[in-house]
Design a protein around this ligand. Sequence first.
Ligand SMILES: [Zn+2]
Length: 238
Amino acid sequence: MKVIALILAALAGTATAADCGPDKLNTSRTITLKREGAAYGANQNAVLPLAKGEVVLTFDDGPSFENTPAVLKALSDQCAKATFFMVGQNIAQQPELARRVVREGHSAGIHSDTHAHLASFTVEQQLEDLKRSRAAYKAAFGVETPAYRFPFLEETPALLDALKQANITVASIDLGITDWLPDDTTAILAQRLSENLDKAGSGIILMHDANGPTAKALPTLLQVLKDKGYKVVHLEWQ
Ligand SMILES: [Zn+2]
């Protein structure tokens, strides 16, 4: 029976409970948020109720055929759960990969349909982008998205209003690691994460599963969290 469980776990790419010992980063607790028009992330909104030393891992811009699988592997290896803010067009292109993210125990929200600077759009265009990204999410997952992150964190009044009416939580960030510069090495990203953690002390961390340097660096980044004694909090929605 144990052998079968191990084989199934290996096929699913997820660590078994037995593998998730104290040597792993792990997920310390889950916060279940209501499906409501709230907005979190101290960068521009209310602070999530996190204790000092607690962090929420978030990954934007995927799913990416090239890079998301490596991110999933690194998270699975450390038994850490995250939230992925997916671009609608990417979900439509990679629905199976999008579903795999959720199957492995992570949460998923949307991050616009085309990752445009929405503030430069007319209100109609903004609402159309939201409609398309929600439809892509629903087509892949069979349910409405519970959460939204603005591309470039550029919130617009029209979309804030529409999201509130649709009971979709706006998820901003508390800290990032500026992980979109093509020349970034694992050492640079790890250093940036360490410094920004020291400054913030806790919070929602923004990273990008669609970016190669981030995917490559993630095992090291998770080790930085573990070495510094941070605890991973997983976000779920009712
Ligand atoms: Zn983005």
